[in-house]
Design a protein around this ligand. Sequence first.
Ligand code: PMP
Length: 284
Amino acid sequence: RIVHVNGRYLPEDQATVSIFDRGFLMADGVYEVVSVLDGRLLDFEGHMKRLSRSLDELGMTHPMTDEEWLEAHRRLIAENDITDGLVYLQVTRGNPGDRDFAYPPKDTPPTVVMFTQSKPGLAENPQADSGLRICTLPDLRWARRDIKTVQLLYPSMAKMEAKARGCDDAWMVEDGLVTEGTSNNAYIVKDGTIVTRQLSSDILHGITRASVLRLAQEAQLAVEERSFTVEEARAADEAFVTSASAFVMPVVAIDEATVGTGAPGPVARRLREIYLDEMRRTAI
Ligand code: PMP
């Protein structure tokens, strides 16, 4: 695999980053994941806007323009012959040459790392037909979940705990209310209305969420952006999650409760179809 490090394209075993990099020592960095279908990028502009915002929120230097990012994504897709899969990008605050809590001087160059992951048949994931089993766990992350940082230890722990309990993934809960999944936004459907938590610093502002909510409204589906309880979710007609790599993925169980009929619901199935159609139509 050919990867990108600070403007260079190298075989992955030749790509290196300093042990003093703040991404490594302090989780001082941000990332994005853009899906690829038929060699083209999905919702690219949305991901670039969020990257820009994450960098600004942390006072980090923007290492490349949107045009340069696009060129780098396209080059990696071409060099690695990616049909379906994803491009991962990460920007960290670079290498100050030592360990210090204080940020390094503004002119310290950020570290950029990018790589591809090939996922043949990404849009035909059989999990979309079986649905996910979700376990609920307390949300023990920091309070700025709107910034897409590489500080992913708690979501990893939650995912492992969910798997240990026989679930596919976890929904995290704070004050009795669902925040989001370990790597996706969470939704329920009740009496035809789609409910998902309102945007705030409590959750990541999902790019897929924004597209799915827009498409739902265009399809005349009712949408309510508000918090919901675990009890409400267990009693819902349907549930689902969204993310750039899973698209729209139905949820069929929450803890011991079966959601609806226990099979992927019609709203989730329809949104998945509408979303994939729109992504294929607008991919670049
Ligand atoms: N919430 C969290 C915590 C995530 O990690 C992700 C995926 N990165 C999402 C939501 C979904 O965001 P997006 O649709 O932009 O992939």
